[in-house]
Design a protein around this ligand. Structure first.
Ligand code: GLN
Length: 549
């Protein structure tokens, strides 16, 4: 395949070795942040080797959070890191899985586009990958492409082969290979071990890739001697070996990499000249996060308490809300199952704020409803997101509006009062026409996904938080507030403070007579950044702080 590169964009390919969860996504995001701090524009792509077409149907236990982009793609949670650390806007073209690549090749084969040829891993699959990567060409000064998984994984081989070929197509000035590995400290030997790194680089070399830069994940900084040894065995200069030391605060990572000169080296290798970086905002952020003057405890009543990755963006957004209020946020995950039946709400009693996050399925929902009832009655600040908002409506309908047995049809299809129901049709401003839900389509195809506009009512908590009347937020849900019950619930004291511009979709609910009780149908956590905390999270944390007094 002939690559017609624009010669505007330089590509950085990031691979990982030894084991997964080394923080490749954070390293990629941090490099992006450092390049932006030098006045460059960046974009990203994540290539995930698994066969699912996207993570939308995957269990959060397996995959962690499904991150939703403005254009409605269900993507890997690394997209969240990319957007939080930089100004880059992610979408459908920024995340590909093997499944999506294979699917596209197979569809082309079925349409006869290969003109009777034998369809093969090389060149057909690899060309499809290269085409996907090259979509980023011209979109930014630098495109950072992260290959998921670990070098040597069978599933990842076509991606490795594709980027090997791209090195030849793009040339040295336009491509750079960064390999992230682990340099463990072995307690019994009292020593740092470089062998896993050597092996992982060998594995890359066997695939035809010589890394230009190594980033070694370690517990303690590596001294010059160790870097020299790694350099010798891995065929690179000692000055191209960097360490990514474990940090308490993930927003320190850009600063740590900068202190070692990683950004300088990357630019040098790519032949890019820029002015001095402006890292003051990152220094300021880290300084503020280290010495907050107050602290709050937020109780999160969710299904996946054991697995924080499932609530990645939520967790970050709460921290950002704390940063905006000069407060440290302690998160207390409370298993919703434990609150079911007669379970005690003691664990909630000393929380300064209660949050019920999004979710699917009925497990734990009665427990979440109890948490919401406690927040409403005890006047503890409450924030309900997506399912959390829907359950707040159910709780209010049952316990305040007197609608006995009210429920969401997702949880009880036979409910007498379907206050949350399955919408069959809605107006999609993007296509400019009424969309109809196709009941026969597969699981992944029936969600309202991506950014939708929402109009805010004056004199509401939402309006006070955003300080504007029209907002855009990201959605990922199947069920909606049933407007047949709108009047009844409003009469009982519920405030509809946000709705779609045509008024047909309820997006935000609040309660009168409560210091801060807000549920939103969208996921605000996807748009919060450390430098730009989301207004709702800032307002929620401020309300939790006020509740302490
Ligand atoms: N399960 C609910 C729905 O599909 C809520 C989804 C969510 O919280 N993301 O509407």
């Amino acid at each position: 395949m002939d690559i017609q590169a624009s010669r505007k964009t330089k590509f950085i390919f990031i691979t990982g070795g030894v084991l997964s969860s080394l923080g490749k996504g954070l390293a990629a995001a941090s490099i992006g942040a450092l390049l932006e701090s030098r006045g460059m524009t960046v974009t990203f792509q994540k290539l995930d080797p698994y066969i699912n077409v996207d993570p939308g149907t995957m269990n959060p236990f397996q995959h962690g959070e499904v991150y939703v982009t403005d254009d409605g793609a269900e993507t890997d949670l690394d997209m969240g890191h990319y957007e939080r650390y930089t100004k880059a806007v992610m979408g459908r073209i920024n995340n590909y899985t093997s499944g999506r690549i294979y699917y596209s090749v197979i569809m082309k084969e079925r349409r006869g586009e290969y003109l009777g040829g034998t369809v093969q891993m090389i060149p057909h699959i690899t060309d499809e990958i290269k085409r996907s990567v090259m979509q980023l060409d011209g979109m930014a000064d630098v495109a950072i492409v992260e290959i998921g998984g670990t070098v040597g994984d069978i599933e990842g081989l076509p991606f490795i082969e594709a980027i090997r070929q791209l090195r030849g197509d793009l040339g040295r000035d336009y491509s750079l290979f960064i390999h992230l590995t682990l340099v463990p400290f072995i307690k019994t030997a009292g020593e740092i071990k470089t062998k896993p790194t050597q092996h992982s680089v060998k594995e890359l070399l066997a695939a035809g890739i010589q890394p230009d830069i190594l980033i070694c994940r370690t517990e303690t900084p590596l001294d010059a001697g160790v870097k020299k040894k790694i350099a010798l065995f891995c065929n690179i200069e000692a000055e191209a070996v960097f360490t990514a030391v474990d940090v308490d605060n993930i927003y320190e990572l850009p600063l740590r990499l900068h202190e070692e000169g990683a950004d300088h080296r990357i630019l040098q290798k790519l032949g890019i000249w820029t002015g001095a970086p402006n890292i003051a905002p990152w220094q300021d952020l880290v300084r503020r996060s280290k010495s907050p003057s107050r602290s709050v405890t937020i109780g999160i009543t969710g299904k996946y308490v054991e697995l924080k990755e499932a609530y990645k963006s939520l967790h970050e957004a709460l921290i950002h809300g704390g940063l905006a209020c000069d407060a440290k946020v302690h998160l207390r995950y409370i298993a919703a199952d434990d609150l079911e039946g007669g379970g005690s709400v003691n664990e909630l009693a000393d929380c300064d704020g209660i949050l019920v996050p999004g979710g699917f399925g009925s497990r734990g929902t009665e427990g979440k409803i109890r948490a919401i009832q406690h927040a409403r009655e005890s006047k503890v600040p409450f924030f309900g997101i997506c399912l959390g908002m829907q359950l707040a409506v159910v709780e209010f309908a049952r316990n305040v509006a007197g609608l006995e047995g009210a429920d969401s049809v997702e949880l009880n299809p036979a409910t007498a009062h379907p206050v949350i129901y399955l919408m069959k049709e809605w107006f999609d401003f993007r296509s400019g026409r009424t969309e109809t839900r196709d009941e026969r389509s597969d699981m992944g195809g029936t969600l309202r996904l991506g950014a939708y506009p929402c109009v805010l009512q004056a004199n509401s908590l939402a309006h006070a938080a955003y300080a504007q009347s029209e907002i855009s937020e990201r959605h990922r849900h199947r069920y909606e507030f049933n407007t047949l019950y709108r009047e009844r619930l409003e009469q009982a004291g519920m405030v509809i403070s946000g709705s779609s511009p045509d008024g047909s979709l309820v997006e935000i609910v609040e309660l009168g007579g409560h210091p801060w009780f807000l549920g939103c149908q969208f996921h605000p956590e996807f748009k919060s950044k450390p430098m730009l905390p989301h207004p709702l999270f800032r307002a929620f944390i401020a309300a939790a702080l006020a509740h302490q007094l």
